[in-house]
Every structure is written in structure tokens, then in C-alpha cells.
Design a protein around this ligand. Sequence first.
Ligand code: ZN
Length: 437
Amino acid sequence: MPLLLALISLTWQAGAAKIDVTPKEPIWLSGYANRTKPAEGTLQPIYVKAAAFRQNNETAVIVTSDLQGFDVDMIANIATRAEKQFQLPRKGLVLNYSHNHSSPVTGKVLHLYYDLNQQQTEAVTRYTNKLQDQIVQVIGEAIKDLAPAELTFEQGLAGIAVNRRRARPNGRALFGPVDHDVPVLAIRALGGKLRAILFGYSCHTTALSGYQINGDYAGYAQAALEKRYPGTTAHFVQGCGGDANPLPRIMNSDSAEAIELAEMYGKILARAVEAVLRAPMNAVTGPLKTNYTEIQVPFTKPPTKEVLEEKLKTTRGFQQKQTQYLLNKLTKEGKLEESHAYPIQTVRFGTNLNFIALTGESVVDYCLRFKKEYGVDTTWVAGYNNELLSYIPSLRVLREGGYEGTEDMGEYGLPAPYAEDIEDRIAKAVKALLEDR
Ligand SMILES: [Zn+2]
């Protein structure tokens, strides 16, 4: 191909859009099992945002959201409608959530956490239905906004995340790695005007834990950037924040002190993004290539009926509820799940950027591992996409035991910890997707 033609064919089209998804009625907030009443107001609006990328005939849309997560039905519904209405194939659609613990309960996400009455359940259903319409709408708006663009990418740094395994009782001796990288993808119009910013961080959005709707530190970071760069949209992508918290934090609170901390973490993150945007960034050329696969991640041996019946007698409260759920499932279906479907996606922006999207609450090792394997400066791992199925432990975390991926599985209605080869299975699938040219 002549050089000029090759350059023309690698021209980017990019677009961005955002939609306000703040609930209009009192609704239960997500992510903590100990809340006792619905939300009591809004501290900050919450949004779903979409960034669309097109080159030749390939399109990728990265949806980000100030939400706790999605369930499989929501994902299927949104993906099917996006494919039908915008001819966007499933492999071209990434659905990321910041895992915001001050956002409404959606669908069946963490359903065992909440004891909702009929009225509260109906509010969740109404919100979830409208939310899905809004997500499809914002995907369409980002595609409609496609226009010639220049893309640049670079990693910054911010020191907010602390590995929460270190903060546990008796956990101080654990090494507890963190990922402090702040990946930044800038979308500019031809000529340089900034149109949209995608940025990431690997840390739970748990600075706040009260009864007011807000976007937590990620919401404050996005708001700060949109204020700093008027006319742009700032899109937060959650990384591998499974085992990280913003620390210090004030538990069970949205007091003025807790809000001050959340806002400060947001400002620190926004500053880190600004520092990247002000410095020279690497041009992202192409070609664009999207890939999707679904693997199975097996569990260790599930408990027998006898074990569950015994546990039912010795547990109380939330623990007992989890046991009862598994027992009912076993009685109804004759067996418990032996493995779970696990989608993995890659969006390759040529050799300049590998965007890897994992499913569920991925722990930090996945970000660190894939950056090491595929290039520290050219790899961006988004941990929280698709179904919020559970924590996704690495082999290290599984062998350490503890909350993420071992003790907490019942909270997600899952029967047993993952088998030790989970990290290996995910890594193999990522490799296959990235090598598919
Ligand atoms: Zn979590």
C-alpha cells in the first residue's frame, strides 16, 4: 500500500457522550451489606459515559459508569440492543463500572447483601430498566459523535490506593502490592483541541459509605477534570482495584470529614491526569482490533447438602442467608455450579496500546502481571467489566487465603473458592486474544 493511503486508512474517528443516571426516587445503595435504609439525597450526580473509537471498519465503545456493577442479564440486554441498533458487535463493547459504593442497587448485583421489601425491590427494578435504556442511548450518542481525532496515551502516577490485606488484623506482615499507575488516553480533535479524557486507577471506590448518592473519589476526579477542561468529558475506568482501598477512610460515613477525604483523593487523581496531559504523550496510531472470548473458571469442590445443613445450624445473619441460598439452589437444581463463565476482552490500538478488559473484581496482580508481560508503557488493564460475579483472585491471593476469592464467595451466591489455575486460565486467554492479529 502506498504510504499516503496507509496513513489515511489509519485515521481515527472518535466520539464521546455522557448521561446523568442519578435516581429520581429514594433507592437502596449498593456495595455494603450493613445499610439499613434507602438513600437520603444526592451529594453529586452520577453518570454513565461512552467513548467510541473507529478505524476502517472496526468500532470499539468503552462504557464507563459510576455504578457498583452489572449482572449477566443487564449485560446481555445492553449488548444485544447495541448490536441491533448500532451494528456494534459484542466484541466491540466494553462495559466498565467504577464499583461505586454510593450508587443504587442494580439488577441482581450482590442481591444477597440487601433485605429489600417489595416497594424497595420495585424501585430497583424501575431504576435498572431505565438505566439500561440510558446506557444504550449513550452508546448511540458516542457513535453519533464520531469525528476525526488524534489519540495519545501515557501512564501517570497517584498514591491513593493501599492494599487492604495489609490493614486486616494480623495482615500487617502481608506484602500487599498496589498499582499506582494512572493510564490516560486523550482524545483530541485534529489540531489539538481536547475532546475527552479516559483515565484509570486500581482502587475500590469506598471513600464514602453513607446514605447520599455520589461518585466517590472517581466521581470527584471526573468532575474536577471536566471543570478544568470545559467542554470535555472525563471517563473513569476502574482497574484491578479488588484488594485496594483509598486509605485512610472513615467507615460507615458520609460525614463532612469523609466527604473531604473523597474529594481530596479525587483531586489528587485529577492532578495526576493533568500532569500527564501537560507533558508529551505517545501518539496512538492503530490499527484498531477488538477481541472477545468467554472461558470457564472452575471452583474447588462445592459443599455437600450435609455440610450446608450443618452450617445452617451454626451460622447467623448474613452467613446463614448465604448458606440457605446455596442449600435452596442445591435442592432445586440437584447440584451446585462447578465453574462460571468468564468473559475477557481486548481492544488493541495498534502497537501503542493494549487495552485488556477482565470480568469481576480483579485483584492487583492481574494489572501488574499483564503490564509486565505486554509492556508497562503500552498496556492498560481494566479489571471491573461485565458481570460483577465475585472477586477474581490471583494464585498469590488464593494461596494467602482470606477475603478476596476465598472467604467471600458465599456473598456472591457462589459455592466454593476458585481452583488454583484461575490466574493461568485468564492469562492464557489474554495471550491468545492479543496474539490474534
Ligand atoms: Zn468490591
